[in-house]
Design a binder for this molecule. Structure first.
Ligand code: FAD
Length: 503
């Protein structure tokens, strides 16, 4: 009897919980569901694929090796991501590296006959407060002449002290234009910022908005550990996303895999009537809730917008945001190519950053063999090429990075055992100059419809941190909306709840 009464009480409590439907189980959708759960809301997530994580998704091949959508780095300047990890008790899954930025030396495209070893240049951040640690890192690096360093440090003053308004105002310039305006020598761009621009948005400095690089530099130079980097200790779906799902489901929510949002049904007043969702056998069902969130990538959201919303300026502006192509390459070798346990900026024409994951990531650790994970960018010219072609040009680039092991002059040749290429034709939105003002807020003109996603407006870039923060902001906006609604309008409740459970 006691058990029965408890069940009834639980059901009653359950009935009082407002329900929110979220489309997309990337970091934005999962973060939104997590923070709604914290506020006593029943969060239901529908995801089209059978893998969690969206742009951090990964898969296991038949030999048990993981391959990923992208090589992912966590920064000290990711307060919302780090807080989420702490809240889930998984902060110790981050493997922090030496506080440094390591660049492959550029030299020529082909190694000179005497060049047998890969050579690196480092910006090492000493353990003293910001911005002094960043300034010393620049001054003591061997990549620039003293004159270049001083001009560079002087030019960076507004990046350090300019504040958010200054940074946003610089969205009108490309990074190259901004450098010219600051009288920073072009060689600084060639030496450092081609690599940084490709790492941040997979495009070159003449294409990227100055705001993007200034945002990163501002965080890196103002926060003592802002640029310190960490790798996750294993594959992101299991080590990062699964604990978020477990949390949501342990608190009454649910994440439905292979349940794509197919259509958004609207009422006469334009508000959302239901999400039409494909079920496990491919049939469409109408799912109703008290509020709805899209945590879809912007390119997919645009395709699913109801016709009647398309003329609304807020939604029309999304047409300016377009995903940029990028390719993530995994190369397994029969021997060790490097013992560097860090991210490397390749400074190669075709590649962006890379890492030997057999050193940097516990789950991928191998004492005797290397697994290079490399970001291939800009990728527009290669995205439709075959995997073989892409690997072939990558191997050519690696002759310069690892002359001792790869190429005709290799003294200790390494054999490529296998490879995996993951193409993302539309990844994060391309941050061309002038687009920042088109990033939508999490609150939309449709009262019961909200947006999350790295492309939405928040002070972090299109990144994991941006995605997590956008989900948190969307959750806060949804809660405000639910709390403001009249008592008799709750979709999922018979007994209206005028108070959300606040834990
Ligand atoms: P997504 O991850 O795109 O999530 C959207 C979800 O919606 C996906 O799960 C998708 O399957 C799902 N979906 C799509 N259509 C439907 C539908 N019809 N119905 C239901 N679900 C649907 N960030 C960093 O911070 N550091 C890095 O080092 C870094 N490196 C990167 C490297 C690469 C190669 C790439 C591609 C990205 C990198 N990023 C990095 C960026 C980061 O991965 C993204 O900013 C972030 O993961 C985006 O999260 P999101 O939830 O906004 O979007």
């Amino acid at each position: 009897n006691v058990k029965k009464t408890m069940n009834v009480v639980c059901n009653l409590v359950e009935k009082k919980r407002p329900k929110v439907l979220i489309a997309g189980a990337g970091l934005a959708g999962l973060s939104c569901a997590k923070y709604l759960t914290d506020r006593g809301v029943e969060a239901v997530v529908v995801e089209s694929r059978n893998v969690l994580g969206g742009k951090v998704a990964a898969w296991k091949d038949k030999e048990g090796d993981w391959y990923e959508t992208g090589l992912h780095i966590f920064f000290g300047a990711y307060p919302n991501m780090l807080q989420l990890l702490r809240e889930l008790n998984i902060y110790d899954r981050l493997q922090w590296k030496e506080h440094a930025m390591i660049f492959n030396n550029k030299a020529s495209d082909t190694p000179s006959p005497g060049q047998n070893m890969s050579s690196y240049s480092k910006f090492v951040f000493p353990s003293i407060p910001a911005p002094l640690n960043g300034i010393l890192a620049i001054l003591f690096s061997d990549m620039l002449t003293w004159k270049e360093k001083l001009l560079f440090a002087r030019g960076l003053i507004p990046a350090i002290f300019g504040g958010q308004d200054y940074i946003e105002d610089c969205d009108k310039y490309s990074w190259t234009e901004w450098l010219i305006r600051q009288n920073i020598p072009t060689r600084v761009n060639d030496e450092i910022f081609i690599a940084m621009s490709k790492a941040l948005n997979f495009i070159n400095p003449d294409e990227i908005s100055a705001m993007v690089i200034l945002t990163a530099l501002n965080r890196f130079l103002r926060e003592t550990y802002g640029s310190k980097m960490a790798f996750l200790d294993g594959n992101p779906p299991e080590r990062l996303c699964r604990p978020i799902v477990d949390f949501i489901e342990a608190n009454g929510g649910k994440v439905w895999m292979k349940h794509p949002l197919r259509r958004i049904e609207t009422r006469e007043d334009g508000t959302v009537e239901s999400f039409v969702v494909g079920n496990a056998v491919g049939k469409a069902e109408q799912w109703r809730a008290d509020a709805y969130v899209s945590a879809l990538p912007v390119d997919i959201l645009k395709m699913l917008l109801p016709l009647s919303w398309k003329s609304i300026e807020f939604f029309h502006q999304l047409s300016f945001l377009k995903g940029v192509p990028v390719i993530n390459i995994h190369l397994w070798f029969d021997r060790k190519l490097t013992d560097v346990d860090h991210l490397l900026f390749s400074r190669s024409n075709l590649l962006s950053v890379y890492a030997d994951m057999s050193n940097t990531c516990r789950e991928y650790f191998d004492e005797n063999k290397s697994m290079l994970e490399l970001v291939f960018a800009p990728a527009a010219a290669y995205i439709s090429k075959s995997d073989e072609d892409i690997v072939s040009v990558t191997m050519k680039e690696l002759e310069r990075l690892f002359p001792q092991h790869i190429g005709p002059n290799a003294q200790l040749p390494a054999k490529l055992i296998k490879y995996k290429v993951v193409k993302t034709p539309r990844s994060v939105y391309k941050t061309s100059p002038g687009l920042n003002s088109y990033r939508p807020s999490q609150v939309t003109p449709i009262s019961n419809f909200f947006l999350a996603g790295d492309f939405t407006s928040q002070q972090y870039l299109a990144s994991m941190e941006g995605a997590v923060l956008s989900g948190k902001l969307a959750a806060e906006a949804v809660v405000r909306y639910l709390e403001s609604r009249p008592m008799d309008t709750m979709e999922s409740t018979e007994v209206a709840s005028n108070q959300l459970v606040i834990r």
